[in-house]
Design a protein around this ligand. Structure first.
Ligand code: AMP
Length: 616
């Protein structure tokens, strides 16, 4: 038997929700539906967004109301227009096989006349944001004297937004004997107080620990220097090619600046904040919902009630002022049983805040490292490979072109073809990221962690430790060529006739590697590899900008911005164009600009980056 039937939900509703893909009740539905169906309790449910709470209260309401009667019997108050529309829509969906169910959405920023007309026609369920609801009550356009159930959804959010007084006024127009069901993601003292005020011995349901975040969310933090924040953020995005994320900023200005900078850097991003008109907000949300937008940059207030499924990452570009807001932000991911990651990009001074948040969410953050440029390249390469592997071929459409395509490739072996195909995208990343600096800030030592802080690792290999003593070299061979560190060391020594003891850190990647040699050996290595081939392929050795003494001298105090100096994309050009990204990180924003965006949903043409590598 369908488990919803077991919970006491009738067939026509079960049929409708089956069509929505609800096969099994979520934990909150399982526990709250039987209680709410009795219709005789006040109720407090402590549950995160995305746990299925709309159906947890929506299904019992559909069971309990008398739809022969056309007067308001249930009032659902929620903090935002988005949530209001979502709840209305959900309830309409649950009831689509029932007769005479009338639900109205009452919210600001839309025509009040339409809403009044719908109310006049007769409704049983009113879903409303407090401000507009009060407006309609004050016009005496609605009669709540027969309301049996009031739902306060996302109560903590409503209080945060200052709706306490409006809620008091609205509830004063409803009968004393109604039942009140309150849902909240967190239970600060103010919510406790309203629970006490409006409810009589409520049934309390806590999903998980009090104030605990969704267990499906992993929390990570990255420590970076303030000036590297934007570059670090982009690196994280690039390391997650399939990211579908919401990025939280603290202010409207910051939101807009980050979005503008990202757009100019070729990312598929847009902003959502309070200065946009309702129409503009709707447009942005529509694009995001339809996944035509990959990154939504938002303020806390604007993002309230965003209920888009499948958000993979929430990124706290700036931590919220109120610790409680972190829970709301992170709750935008890992909805409906999915998993998600909530990331905080912080500077060393903000670590205390991370600990504070940990106490509130009852969960530890994992300290993560900003991926290296080469990690990004590798990730992107395999993302391309997987995409090629999984792409749906439109046989019918491609057929006519096939003879010409095959003709073009007739002299290529399968391996050649695959390599070329993968290289189209990969080369761009390689060129762009090869010299990318380490952006992690080492807080323990209170200084930046660059190549020279890695001495310990290299010390293993007996390398001397003077900061300017070593040069990091790139070689176009890696684990795919079946090299491990030992093999590569042997190969390098053999080829260039230098002592293995002098070789510093060796970093074997997929299709390339790095190794460090004393500065005075660079020419020797270069000469040793001149004209070298490996399995018929020319071997390329190049000086990598990352972590070399060369970089330190050239980059000076700007560190990561070395590339700007190298004639690459200049942040300045971009910023002059549109008053783009402002703030402390601007110096590095241009420096880490990628080559037009590999995940550009909009299909924007890519821009080529100038060559930055120094070749022998
Ligand atoms: P909510 O917390 O009510 O916003 O629900 C989050 C998401 O989970 C929505 O997209 C719902 O459609 C979906 N959902 C709710 N209940 C179930 C269920 N029992 N099975 C599958 N999906 C559900």
């Amino acid at each position: 038997m369908n488990p919803f039937i077991n919970l006491g939900i009738r067939h026509d509703i079960v049929n409708a929700i089956s069509e929505l893909g609800f096969e099994n009740p979520t934990p909150i539905q399982e526990q709250s539906i039987p209680v709410l169906l009795t219709g005789s309790n006040d109720f407090v449910g402590l549950a995160q967004t995305g746990t299925g709470k709309t159906a947890a209260f929506g299904l019992p309401l559909l069971e309990l109301l008398d739809f022969e009667q056309n007067h308001p019997q249930a009032l659902i108050l929620c903090p935002t227009r988005e949530l209001c529309l979502q709840i209305t829509n959900d309830i309409k969906n649950y009831s689509k096989k029932m007769d005479n169910v009338h639900v109205v959405a009452v919210y600001g920023g839309a025509s009040i006349m339409d809403q009044l007309r719908q109310i006049k026609r007769g409704v049983q369920i009113v879903v409303a944001t407090p401000g507009r609801m009060l407006d309609i009550i004050n016009r005496k356009a609605i009669d709540f004297s027969k309301v049996k159930y009031v739902v306060l959804d996302e109560a903590d959010e409503m209080l945060n937004m200052g709706f306490q007084e409006d809620i008091d006024n609205i509830l004063s127009t409803t009968p004393d004997e109604k039942k009140t069901w309150l849902f909240s993601a967190t239970m600060p003292a103010e919510v406790r107080r309203i629970a006490k005020k409006y409810m009589d011995n409520p049934f309390e349901l806590t999903m998980g620990e009090k104030n605990t975040g969704n267990v499906n969310i992993e929390h990570e933090y990255y420590i970076v220097r303030a000036r590297d924040k934007y570059a670090a953020f982009k690196r994280i995005v690039d390391f997650n090619p399939d990211i579908f994320g919401i990025v939280f900023c603290r202010t409207k200005i910051e939101t807009q600046d980050i979005a503008e900078a990202l757009i100019k850097d070729g990312y598929n991003a847009d902003s959502l904040h309070g200065d946009l008109s309702q129409q503009q907000r709707d447009k942005v949300m529509k694009r995001y919902r339809e996944r035509n937008l990959q990154l939504l940059i938002a303020t806390d207030v604007a993002a309230r009630g965003i209920d888009v499924n499948d958000v993979t990452h929430v990124i706290n570009y700036s931590l919220p002022d109120e610790v409680e807001n972190y829970t709301h932000r992170s709750g935008r991911t890992a909805r409906a049983g999915k998993t998600g990651v909530s990331i905080a990009i912080v500077n060393a001074k903000e670590l205390g805040k991370i600990r504070q948040i940990e106490r509130v969410i009852g969960k530890k953050f994992v300290k993560a490292e900003i991926p290296t440029g080469f990690d990004v390249c590798e990730k992107q390469l395999f993302s391309i490979v997987h995409k090629v592997h999984n792409v749906q071929v439109n046989e019918e459409q491609i057929e006519q072109y096939l003879p010409r395509i095959l003709e073009e490739f007739k002299d290529f072996s399968k391996e050649d073809f695959i390599k070329r195909f993968a290289s189209i995208e990969f080369n761009r990343f390689l060129d762009y990221y090869k010299n990318a600096p380490d952006l992690n800030a080492n807080v323990e030592e209170g200084r930046s962690r660059d190549r020279f802080d890695d001495r310990g690792e290299r010390g293993e290999r007996g390398a001397p430790s003077g900061p300017s003593a070593y040069t990091r070299l790139f070689i176009n061979l890696g684990s795919v060529d079946e090299f491990n560190r030992g093999d590569l060391l042997g190969y390098i020594c053999n080829q260039s006739k230098i002592s293995g003891r002098t070789v510093g850190k060796i970093d074997v990647k997929g299709v390339y590697s790095f190794f460090e040699v004393p500065n005075e050996d660079v020419e020797k290595v270069s000469a040793g590899f001149a004209g070298a081939e490996f399995k018929g392929r020319p071997v390329r050795i190049e000086v990598s900008g990352e972590g070399t003494s060369d970089r330190r001298e050239g980059g000076g105090s700007r560190g990561g911005d070395r590339r700007e100096g190298g004639g690459g994309y200049r942040g300045g050009e971009r910023r002059e164009g549109g008053g783009g990204y402002r703030g402390g990180d601007r110096n590095s924003s241009g420096g880490d600009r990628r080559s037009g965006g590999f995940r550009d949903f909009s299909g924007k043409p890519r821009e080529e980056r100038p060559e930055r590598r120094r070749r022998f």
